[in-house]
Design a protein around this ligand. Structure first.
Ligand code: ADP
Ligand code: MG
Length: 714
């Protein structure tokens, strides 16, 4: 293996290793009979139904490929509503008549699996005695090989449904929503005189995460159990110097990132950029965008690899949205657009968006969709963890607005005013004042970090998505609501067009349709500071936008008539499926807070209070010594008084927390009660613990501190 001048092995040849652990198109092509390959690609590329008569051939080729690479087992890999992935491993081994065994894998085993569904959240979709659930092969997302110590497992992406055919996972609705978007967008393109084969949603999800030394991680019960620190005083230095963002990457982290990339490349996940994020100890990976269904699977693979590889480097990877209070949290920017099967991006404005009617049509549809369904988008990112980010002064606000940037906003304003736009602001070039530096072409608009949903050149970036969540539900919502808006605009357009409209008549009709929509929905466009109080007021009071601050508020809207209607109209989720999602998400919210409350309580009682009392004893001894020496012990007594005050405050806060939890358990709406009663009680316990952390000597403090975790061991 070639080496660098510093003696380390050179990173692999990416061209050779990319996708080597996936059963992708080139493997399929070389291993499958031509006719089978053709049928399979018709499903993958054109969305045609999977022909089950080819299943045996596909299974055989897949098994041979996997076994050659050390696979002993296969698993139907799926995404239950926990938001994580699930796998049950089955061995390929089948005993044969001669007393030996052979590796076998039939088409039937490829196509359908039957995990016991009763232990996965079903949200009332089935009674516990109806435990049957099925996994079904998704041929459109490549199977991949996960290597372990000495063996490997073939992972087959699958959908997961109940015995009655209802979706128990995140993949089924996502695929259904991709279909809805394709149908409506293809129809609109036909009306616009630009028919294409298919349209699919694209997604590139940027992943933020923290790394802390594994030794510290294991000494923190809160990180281990709840994924975030439940107590912990702010360090003397946080992120105020803004010197971590894009800073040079420390050696150990770089080694980690290289290993993560190597693994992701071989799994066919196209990671492209890596950098330090804003907070100390925070980093990001971003992939190249792909078909949204594949991107959603790859996103799960990325989270899995990030966490597994960390252990190899003695690190722990924290995917939680807010591992450290007072320090920036982590998100997952979901970049989203629509692409034609010929590779054209429908949200590419070109240089003169004002005259690009196709772009204006689809962009208007997105604006209309977001305005109409702010609540659904908010609900799609609602978790206890993400509530710590949204609305805090570092993350997108909980109010869903759209940043369009200067150029597009100007075009939209022209349309609002006159029904047509006649020019697009051009930005020209940027001179840097030194002859040796190049002249830079300037983008037509600046960026805006405070917007939850921003147009960034040729795609929208949904920034409010949480770092630990599956991107599937946000994508499902986006696809569905945009399909509805396109349907609406297309229907209106259709009604205005005669049989064979002239180019001029078509243009005029498109302008009319988008003008009406823009006039009605432009309220959701906001280019200013999304963090400001003025915006919160204006958004709600003047523009009538929603500010669903917390998860229970957002989830309450999920099954509103309007929302049931849109999911049912496009065959994405039935009312029962939507209800089940709401139940599961509410339950997860309550469970999360319950775990946090129990963990905080136990840490306070078994770690913080004992440390404080030990310190008190030490102070007592110190005061006694001073008095024995005939000296003034008032300083020591003052210290003791401070500690005792905090100990008493903590003890009282713990009593209140216990009461709040008991009340929440009895409440009819447990998640609402958790929010209203338990969160404030938790906040008080934490405040008392953090006050003690600032008093108690470092050698008595039983927990790694923020300083330890954020600044050392990198
Ligand atoms: P930016 O400079 O706005 O961050 P990048 O080109 O770096 O843009 O892309 C950020 C993320 O957006 C990447 O994951 C990228 O793959 C993704 N992305 C780019 N174009 C599209 C698109 N058409 N659809 C979906 N995601 C996209
Ligand atoms: Mg970003």
């Amino acid at each position: 293996m070639p080496t660098l001048t510093n003696g380390h092995a050179m990173v692999q040849d990416v061209e050779k290793t990319f996708g080597q652990n996936t059963f992708g198109l080139s493997e399929m092509k070389s291993r499958l009979p031509k006719a089978v390959f053709k049928k399979l690609t018709a499903t993958i590329d054109k969305g045609e139904p999977f022909d089950e008569t080819v299943a045996d051939a596909v299974a055989l080729a897949m098994k041979e490929w996997a076994v050659e690479r050390g696979a002993t087992h296969y698993t139907h890999w799926f995404q239950p509503l926990t938001g994580r992935t699930a796998e049950k491993h089955d061995s390929f081994i089948t005993p044969n008549a001669g007393g030996g065994a052979v590796a076998e894998f039939s088409g039937k085993s490829l196509v359908q699996g039957e995990p016991d569904a009763s232990s996965f959240p079903g949200g009332g979709l089935r009674a516990t005695f109806e435990a049957r659930g099925y996994t079904a092969y998704d041929p459109t997302s490549p199977a991949f090989l996960v290597e372990h110590n000495g063996s490997a497992t073939l992972c087959i992406p699958t959908a997961f449904a109940s015995w009655t055919g209802e979706a128990l996972d995140h993949k089924i609705p996502l695929l259904r929503s991709m279909n809805a978007l394709d149908t409506q967008a293809s129809r609109a393109l036909e009306l616009l005189g630009e028919p294409v084969g298919r349209v699919y949603a694209t997604c590139g999800a940027e992943q933020e995460y923290f790394l802390v030394d594994e030794a510290f991680f294991e000494e923190r019960p809160d990180l281990l159990v709840a994924g975030r620190t439940l107590v912990g005083a702010a360090p003397p230095r946080g992120q105020e110097f803004d010197d971590h963002y894009f800073g040079s990457i420390p050696e150990r982290i770089m080694a980690y990132m290289n290993a993560v990339e190597a693994e992701l490349y071989s799994l066919g996940v196209p990671v492209a950029t890596r950098h330090n994020e804003v907070a100390p100890g925070q980093y990001e990976f971003a992939p190249i965008f792909e078909n949204a269904n594949v991107a959603a699977d790859h996103q799960q693979v990325m989270m899995m690899v990030l966490q597994r590889v960390a252990k190899r480097f003695g690190l722990a990877c924290l995917l939680h949205e807010k591992p450290f209070a007072g320090i920036n949290g982590s998100g997952k920017h979901v970049n989203w657009s629509m692409s034609t099967s010929t590779g054209e991006n429908l949200l590419d404005p070109g240089d003169t968006p004002h005259s690009n009617l196709r772009f204006l049509f689809f962009c208007t549809a997105v604006v209309q969709a977001v305005h109409t369904h702010q609540d659904l988008l908010r609900a799609s990112i609602a978790t206890a963890a993400n509530d710590h980010r949204l609305g805090a002064n570092e993350a997108p606000p909980a109010i869903l607005s759209i940043f369009l940037g200067d150029q597009l906003s100007d075009v939209f304003e022209q349309i609002t005013a006159t029904g047509t736009a006649t020019e697009s602001k051009q930005s020209g070039f940027l001179g840097l004042g030194s002859p040796v530096l190049p002249t830079l072409p300037r983008h037509a608009g600046d960026r805006n970090r405070t917007s939850p949903f921003a147009f960034t050149g040729n795609k929208f970036e949904f920034r409010a998505v949480g770092s630990s969540q599956s991107v599937s539900f946000p994508l499902t919502v986006l696809n569905t609501i945009v399909a509805e808006a396109i349907d609406d605009l297309a229907t209106k357009l259709d009604a205005k067009l005669g049989k064979r409209p002239s180019k001029k008549a078509l243009e005029a009709a498109v302008r009319e349709v988008i003008t009406d929509s823009i006039r009605e929905h432009t309220k959701v466009v906001f280019n200013g500071d999304g963090y400001s109080d003025a915006w919160h007021k204006e958004a709600v009071e003047e523009r009538g936008l929603l500010n669903l601050k917390t998860t229970p508020d957002a989830l309450a809207t999920l099954t509103d008539a309007k929302n049931v209607a849109v999911f049912e109209a496009y065959d994405v989720l039935t009312e029962a499926e939507l209800e089940s999602r709401k139940d599961i998400l509410s339950e997860q919210y309550a469970l999360t807070l319950n775990v946090e409350a129990a963990t905080t309580e136990s840490m306070a009682k078994t770690m913080v209070l004992p440390a404080a009392l030990r310190y008190l004893a030490e102070i007592g001894e110190g005061a006694e010594s001073a008095e024995d020496l005939g000296l003034d012990s008032s300083g020591a007594k003052a210290l003791a008084e401070g500690v005792v005050t905090q100990v008493n405050a903590l003890q009282k806060a713990l009593g209140a927390l216990a009461k709040a939890r008991a009340a929440a358990h009895k409440a009819t709406d447990e998640s609402m009660a958790m929010k209203d009663k338990v969160i404030p009680a938790l906040t008080k316990v934490r405040a008392a613990c953090d006050a003690l952390e600032k008093e108690v000597p470092a050698d008595l403090w039983p927990l790694p501190t923020y300083r330890d975790m954020l600044f050392t061991g990198k």
